[in-house]
Design a protein around this ligand. Sequence first.
Ligand code: KG4
Ligand code: ZN
Length: 334
Amino acid sequence: MHKILHNKLMREEKLILGIDTSCDDTSIGLIDDQGNILENKKFSLDCKKFGGIIPELAARMHLDYIDKIFLEIKEKYKEIYVICATIGPGLISSLIIGSTFAKTYAKITSSIFIPIHHLEGHIFASPVNKYPFLSLLISGGHSDLYLCESFGNYKLIAKSLDDSAGEVFDKVGRKYELDFPSGSHIERLAHNVTKKIEPMIPMKNKLQFSFSGLKTKTLRIDDSVENVAWFLQESIGETIKEKLQMAIELTAVNHVVVCGGVAANKSIRAKIQSIENIHCIFPPIELCTDNGVMIALAGLQHYKNETSFVNNFELEEFSRMQLDDYYSSFPGKK
Ligand code: KG4
Ligand code: ZN
């Protein structure tokens, strides 16, 4: 009780709330105007029994949990100054729940609303303070490499032509009936490798990613799940390292921000860190997978940079859009 009162009475800073409902997690985070994390709450739909995400169920879950999580946070803090929500890419029915909640709250309370591109959220989960940098986004939906020249100035230089790295972890996990998403389980199993199968680097000497051949090969290996897990993790790690080395040579930019769920993998982190002369930043492990804090952190950047996304209630939710196209689709943005 004392702590709650203390928070309510003493906090004078501007609080920024971030909501992410792009997929099957209802995530809300709260930061102060210095970027300090005050709250990071998440509710995840248990996809085990479905073997994947069912959009209709995800949307219903967001509807059930968003108020509950929000009220738990609101109980402890004073007014929310800025409220941000993911506007895309993601499942439209799920995105609508989070963004409509945020827009409505902002209108009712006269606070500021900022729509956020989910991938920009992943980037700013790390304490980014130096431009230019390369951003490697490795998640369930993306394996993208962006050159970030300044805030809001992003150029896609490589992407996956088919499956993303996270998708391959999840599809191989499904074969072995691991919990979904499977990346962290595969990482755990790979520790117990007994036979190291020679890793595969798809699209060697090309900047683009393509993981579907690796997926097919992994699914066909007849060996223990631990050995298969090690092979897959090692192959993805080596592939990422090779592409990143090429991108650094091509752009002469060696500051790299690695983000997205797969960035939580310690073996893949170590491989990236082993690149000569690289300066890399990783988000804290708990901010790698989807969360509301990263949406609030990206919102703080928009607020500080006074972009035209601030108080833009017009944007509509979208299921797919590259980050560079997002900026170029909205003229007069900065
Ligand atoms: O960023 P994220 O939470 O959601 C998307 O925006 O897609 O990423 C989820 C992906 C899943 O495919 C999951 O299997 C993978 O990140 N992942 C991992 C690990 N933790 C999560 N992959 C490898 N190793 C991990 N420790
Ligand atoms: Zn994500």
